[in-house]
Design a protein around this ligand. Structure first.
Ligand code: FAD
Length: 510
């Protein structure tokens, strides 16, 4: 059906007056798109004014010429073949061709060719429309180059970058992010980090994006294989152009969340090593000072005994031989002065600040400290911490000294030559309003007499040239009672020694 006929049929149906045929011609003539009509061989029969403006050819110069006059001859053959294949099949074709203007200059044309059919369906003509998209293509290239540049810069950066849209979809990332995903065996590590650092982020990103912003927060992510990874992360908002079509006229900016993270696992491990070393030094110092304090106390205690005997002897002598008694008295006084001087040099217990303490962390520290000794003696540790443990109020160094003494004893008990069962179970749990810690070894255990006397000061079963003062357990006992707790020694049901320490949550430390 011709356009004229179609227009009059529609006019009859709708009651709108049909358009005059000349209007069609005039509209095409004045269109701002280069329009041409060709025969079936692409010979130009008509071209509008815009065609002349775009190509530089006047109407006289192109009428009767093939459209190939526009070809720059660098468009690949396959493009034309594909174009002609579609046109031969009666279908329209749209694509980009490299054209040459009349003055020889090159431009990129976005061409759309539509076959015009006769009443019998055969193609009689082609309608070609094209526009110069050189500038558009330059802009596209600039955007692409910029994108490539940004991607390359992001890829060489050692930091992890991920840009999330308001739905949480990762729009842009870098190689470090992809390496992180494969390391954590998780396709979406950005979500994992956000879940850890800002649990409500999905909702907040839509309703109140500023709540998702943070600076240099540390996150720990556990890997299925290998130790945990530590990251320091920053999240900031970025204004993005809204791509939704319906926002074209109401240009409401969308928000993106840029997440940047640095892997600080190595730094963390180093800090942890340094912390453990510092703790080790503190505990060693504490133990050394305690040993000096207790040795001097023991010496004083033992010196007092003969002096008391001498004092009784002086009392007896005073009537029978006052001169000798007076001499002895002088000697006794002099000795007392020396003993007092000795008492003066006993290092006092340093004051320790009380704080809220998680006993799992204290035990973890102590395990770190005794790890070399556990490894050297081939002791296998079964560490069973309660998943969550309430805090207790106490002295952290003293508590570390306590548990180190218990672990040292257990390791030593199992380290005798030829002893095969070297297993240590360390457990924490909460029972009612108490925290219970058990240290169970598979060593030879204690005799009932030892169990009774183990907490006495200076009690030891070891004879190794004074190395064992026998103050470890008495000191442990002291720490436990100072924290209002309870300590018990018993036989481990499977063999060995079982130490149970209990602290009340409402305990009142001295
Ligand atoms: P050609 O020898 O013309 O042909 C190249 C390939 O196309 C050959 O493989 C040939 O088999 C096939 N072919 C050519 N003519 C026909 C045909 N009539 N039927 C089936 N297959 C055929 N080209 C441009 O470069 N720029 C344009 O802006 C442009 N606009 C066009 C607008 C219209 C309406 C039409 C119909 C075609 C247009 N062409 C345009 C295509 C143009 O006619 C040429 O086919 C093309 O320029 C390649 O020219 P050529 O001399 O290199 O090769």
């Amino acid at each position: 059906m011709s356009a004229e006929l179609a227009s009059s049929t529609l006019a009859l149906r709708t009651g709108v007056a049909p358009l005059p045929p000349e209007l069609y011609r005039q509209a095409v003539e004045e269109a701002d798109l280069a329009v041409s009509i060709t025969d079936r061989h692409a010979n130009i029969l008509y071209a509008n004014a815009a065609f002349t403006r775009v190509t530089g050819y006047t109407l006289d110069q192109v009428l009767g010429q093939n459209e190939s006059i526009l070809s720059h001859q660098t468009t690949p053959r396959e493009v034309y073949q594909e174009m002609w294949q579609r046109l031969a099949g009666g279908q329209s074709w749209t694509g980009r061709l490299l054209n040459r203007r009349q003055d020889g200059s090159v431009y990129l044309a976005e061409v759309s060719i539509t076959p015009v059919h006769a009443a019998d369906g055969s193609v009689t003509h082609y309608l070609g429309m094209h526009r110069d998209v050189t500038t558009l293509r330059q802009l596209e290239c600039m955007v692409n180059n910029q994108k490539q540049l940004i991607a390359s810069v992001l890829d060489v950066a050692p930091m992890v970058f991920a840009l999330l849209d308001s739905n949480g979809y990762v729009m842009l990332d870098n190689q470090a992010y992809q390496a992180m995903a494969s390391d954590l065996r998780n396709d979406n590590p950005a979500h994992l980090l956000m879940d850890t650092l800002c649990p409500d982020w999905r909702h907040a990103l839509v309703t109140e994006p500023s709540r998702c912003v943070f600076t240099e927060l540390e996150a720990r992510l556990d890997r299925p294989v290998g130790g945990p990874r530590w990251y320091t992360c920053t999240a900031q908002l970025i204004r993005l152009s809204n791509e939704a079509t319906d926002s074209f006229f109401c240009a409401q900016n969308a928000v993106g969340l840029l997440l940047t993270c640095s892997d600080i696992t190595a730094l963390r491990a180093e800090q942890e090593r340094a912390r453990t070393a510092a703790l080790k030094a503190i505990l060693a110092d504490e133990e050394r000072v305690a040993a000096i304090r207790e040795s001097l106390s023991a010496a004083l205690f033992r010196l007092e005994e003969p002096m008391n005997v001498i004092f009784s002897a002086v009392n007896l002598l005073r009537r029978r031989d006052p001169a000798s008694a007076s001499m002895l008295e002088d000697a006794l006084d002099a000795s007392r002065v020396h003993l007092d001087a000795l008492r003066e040099v006993i290092p006092p217990r340093g004051p320790e600040t009380m704080s809220n303490i998680n006993l799992n962390e204290i035990l973890r520290d102590v395990l770190d400290i005794v790890t070399p000794s556990l490894l050297a003696n081939g002791v296998v540790v079964d560490w069973l911490p309660a998943p969550t443990l309430p805090m207790i109020y106490g002295r952290p160094v003293q508590l570390r000294v306590l548990f180190k003494a218990l672990l040292d004893n257990a390791i030593e008990a199992m380290s005798s030559k030829g002893w095969r069962r070297r297993e240590l179970a360390l457990q924490t749990r909460q029972h009612d309003d108490c925290i219970i810690i058990t240290v169970a070894d598979r060593g030879p255990g204690m005799t009932p007499d030892c169990e009774l006397r183990a907490f006495e000061p200076f009690f030891t079963t070891k004879r190794s040239g004074g190395r064992h003062l026998g103050t470890g357990l008495s000191r442990a006992y002291q720490v436990v009672t100072d924290h209002g707790g309870f300590i018990d020694l018993a036989e481990n049901p499977g063999g060995g020694c079982l130490v149970t320490v209990e602290f009340r949550l409402d305990g009142d430390p001295l």
